[in-house]
Design a protein around this ligand. Sequence first.
Ligand code: PHE
Length: 492
Amino acid sequence: MEEERLSNMEKEVLIALRDRGGEASPEELVEKGMEMVKVMNASSWLQSKGLVKIREGIEKSYSLTKEGEKFLKEGLPEKNLLSELMKGKKSFEELGEGESVGIAVGWLKRKGWCEIEKIEGKKFLVITDKGKKAAGEKSAEEEVLKAIKEKKEGLDEKVLQMLKRRGAIKEKERIVRTIYLTEKGKKVVDKGIEIKDEIVQLTPEIIKSREWEKKDFRKYDVRAFAPAIYPGKHHPMMQLIKKIRNIFVEMGFKEIQGNYVESCFWDMDVLFIPQDHPARDMQDTFYCKNPSGMEVDKKLLDIVAEIHETGGKTNSKGWGYKFSKEESKRVLLRTHTTVNTIRYLIQHPEPPAKIFSIGKVFRRENIDATHLPEFYQVEGIVYEEKANFRELIGVLKEFYRKMGFEKIRFRPAYFPYTEPSMEIEVEWNGKWMELGGSGIFRPEVTEPFGIKEPVLAWGLGLERMAMMILELYDIRELYFSDIEWLRKLPLL
Ligand code: PHE
């Protein structure tokens, strides 16, 4: 089994290691005629299979600088001066003032090879006993310089450091690697390894020459290690939006868009939401200071005012309060995308229409694990003759089924603009999650604008659905921009 998963190069490395008693440096293997890149490549594969290990260490090597070469050829300056002093003491006048003299005197004193004596006001350099002894011998530095020149190893570390400081030698660090067989590797080798001439990669040449007929193929190893690659992709929210768009288009819907900034009139009044509705409160809605008002079509405004106050020509009695046209003109960030579909309907009252819209809405929510003040809604309507409640349920079920949710249920709900109204819930990990609202638009919303057939409508939250699909427990994770998480996320 193991053997089948080894390439010929890997086998060659294993055999070479066995022949050298279980370990070798890559350089030794290269000497046997293998290529360095191939040796290293095969070794790291073998390492990932647990058959070898690669040990790394640092090795220092030294070479002579120009200065070092000069020391070796002409002698160390202090040694040269020392031989002069063997002949007798020297006054500083005689020595002169060159830089090299200064260096030589410095070293002589430091090594205790000479002393300075003052005789009749004149300074003299006098050799010591230690100096006399040193003059007859090669100094440790000279030995080491010579050894470096001769490429010898195992030199005295203290002397090396001193020569380095004197600028006589250069130090170089090198990583040395040793490849050695693991226990598992030894077992594989002991079982016997056979190097077969097999085809590793099929090329047009091999096919044409019919060479493949005579040879074995290397078995494909799906368990082989391969580095993870994270190609660029869209943010999961964008992927979901694309998927939802495709689903609705597939189901025969047309997409529309709208604006973030709307008037109260379009966001709420046309939808028969009473002006004192709690959702209009500052708690729920972001109103704009600037501009604080927006022009609204006068004719439409009159119609809507009448509906709210008395119900107009519909069978409704309206809300029975004094409608404020000023309130209608207030500016806000849209609180739902139902504003898009209702405007489309009023502007296109001729049936049929199947419309959807995906966009952000804004509400004054406190941020927590399941709430954001800014989130996406998936809005839609079906407007056609004989459209009914069963069809509404069917469309929503179909949409969620295509998104991968099989279990969905509807519960009675209330919205001022639909009757009947339903909440949609989806089961995920054994729990029911509320995902959105739906219903059939009330006559107060449709009749005054000549919308004569039933309108099925829904508005669904996208982030909650995304949480379930991505298995998140906190809605905020969707927008953390955690690059690691984004990278590892599979395509949706
Ligand atoms: N607009 C509602 C919301 O934001 C959802 C909804 C849309 C309900 C259409 C009924 C019809 O929650």
